[in-house]
Design a protein around this ligand. Sequence first.
Ligand SMILES: Nc1nc2c(ncn2[C@@H]2O[C@H](COP(=O)(O)OP(=O)(O)OP(=O)(O)O)[C@@H](O)[C@H]2O)c(=O)[nH]1
Ligand SMILES: [Mg+2]
Length: 459
Amino acid sequence: MFAPDDTIVAVATPPGRGGLGVVRLSGPEAQTLATRLLDHREPLRARHATVSRIVDASTPAGNAIDQVVATSFPGPGSYTGDDVVEISAHGSPVLLERIVALACAGGARLAEPGEFTFRAYLNGRLDLVQAEAVADLVDAVTPLQARVAFDQLEGTVTQAIGAIDTDLFDLIARLEASLDFPNEGYHFVEPGTVAQGIGLLRDRVIGLLAGSTRGRLIREGCHVVILGKPNVGKSSVFNALIGSSRAIVTAVAGTTRDLVSDVIDLDGVAVTLVDSAGIRVTNDAVEAEGVARARQALAVASSVVVVLDRSAGLEEEDRSVLEATAGTSRVVALNKIDVASPSAWPREALDLPPETSVVEVSARTGQGLDMLRSAVRAGLVGEEVYRDTPTVGNQRHIGLLERASGALADAQRVTQDGATEEFVLADLQRARTAFEELTGARTPDDVVNHIFERFCIGK
Ligand SMILES: Nc1nc2c(ncn2[C@@H]2O[C@H](COP(=O)(O)OP(=O)(O)OP(=O)(O)O)[C@@H](O)[C@H]2O)c(=O)[nH]1
Ligand SMILES: [Mg+2]
């Protein structure tokens, strides 16, 4: 897809003005081109910041256009694995474009999105899982997303998969050996040991998949919808959680009709919080549309906050909201606890399973809101994600691990059925192919293209 022998150039910092802007060059001519752009005649010292000036050789006087700091990273120890030069100039888009244009006039080509990282992948500096982590890290909107992406870049997922693949390879080698010497009765491995070995490998794959629901939630974020009968304080809870008065709050029942949403960072989890009209039976055509939208929001939500009015009696409408949300992960917020009420009821009146979180809050005074935030977060991702445990959250990785797990299950089954090595080996090879597709050792070109399309220019 990209010509790997060209010298490529791009602005690596975001579009717009800034204190600094970085132009990156990578490829065999990077050094030569850089020295031609700079009024610095000797080759740049490797990994040293060199203060210099950019000169425009096309002007008769060879005018200097900016003072810069240039750093040379000779391959193969650079980010891309090729020779790289990074030029930090002042962060003016006009200036940076000019430097890029001068580099192109000297023979460089404009880099495609993701092409620097693609080269790192081609040169074996990163595997595909790590290259994807680079995009995740750049795209991260919460510190937790950034941390999980950085762990992946450092190789936690790569190492976990590599370790499983190494043991799988060992098993395959022993089976192939016993296949090669059938007449000698030379058994390199007993069928019982094979079945057990496959079972252990599969457990490790399943172990990686076990954290993937949480991994996906962290990586992609999720929707949490607020439901409850009219006037219980859904919009007030929504506003309190997002920290601004986005949704209209009135004492009139049936105020909210449209879905109102905003993204909040729940201690690292990017949650799109959705306020709704709630779920109820109504003859009002506008409200009915609002209820239909609330149901749609419920269908895609990872979790629900059911708001009940603690200061009023429990009603049939409250019970039907609890029923409608019984199948979804949820937190029950008992709102308006600031109101001293004679009709307050005990938690047992709700008849909820013991594991359901029930939190007392007041959207008006802010009491209990931190508890509500923690309860919602715990319902989504459980306990804290520990550093260095591989977190799998990318759908491509999940799909391939499932494929590997299925192939290992087949291998286990045919082994137990007493099939010959050929059959077992065919299934084990399918598992290996899945691992190789994951790391990029053997990944179809269209998949690789698709992965790098996500990147921004200069990355
Ligand atoms: N005292 C008290 N009043 C509250 C609290 N939360 C909301 N209210 C009041 O309850 C009324 C309804 O609040 P909303 O937030 O509009 O309720 P809602 O559930 O969004 O109502 P609809 O959109 O009409 O379904 C308003 O008068 C709020 O001021 C609370 O914690 N304490
Ligand atoms: Mg409302």
